[in-house]
Write a protein that binds this ligand. Structure first.
Ligand code: ATP
Length: 140
């Protein structure tokens, strides 16, 4: 089995999509092995999204990600990383609504910035992101 890091971002959290998202996760065969509600500060967001720190949208990304609580989850199933990315759909939720109408971003996202969920994009980022939030989990 493989583990991935999923996050329900502030817009998913405040929009009361939590129960729907959880249902889709479980119906899609993932086990939620850990979860934790946190309020990220700018420092944490900057560390987490370090690869985007030079992008023009970075300040608005920090503002968005610190605007309310998020739910961090470790999901487990065979092929969890790419299956979760497929389930959430494309980064731009407007595109998701057209090309992936059954995806989670089509359900609860707004655009390419406010896209309601996150998923690790590779085994390397899954390992990094899981240990970023859950120090006791050995990724793999
Ligand atoms: P995530 O890493 O959150 O799962 P992703 O891998 O689909 O999303 P990335 O390209 O890694 O997308 O971007 C990280 C996050 O930065 C996006 O989820 C979104 O919230 C924000 N973002 C990406 N592109 C833009 C943009 N053009 N304008 C504003 N915000 C953006």
């Amino acid at each position: 089995k493989e583990k991935t890091l999923a996050m329900i971002k502030p817009d998913g959290f405040s929009g009361n999509y939590m129960d729907k998202i959880r249902k889709v996760i479980l119906e899609s065969g993932f086990d939620i092995i850990r979860e934790m509600m946190v309020r990220l500060d700018a420092g944490k967001v900057t560390q987490f999204y370090a690869e985007h720190s030079k992008k023009s949208f970075f300040p608005s990304l920090v503002e968005y990600m610190t605007s309310g609580p998020v739910l961090i989850m470790v999901l487990e199933k065979p092929n969890a990383i790419s299956d979760w990315r497929a389930l959430i759909g494309p980064t731009d939720s407007r595109k998701a609504k057209v090309s992936h109408p059954n995806s989670i971003r089509a359900m609860c996202g707004l655009d390419s910035a406010k896209n309601c969920v996150h998923g690790s994009d590779s085994p390397q980022s899954a390992a990094r992101e899981i240990s970023f939030f859950f120090e006791d989990i050995v990724p793999g």
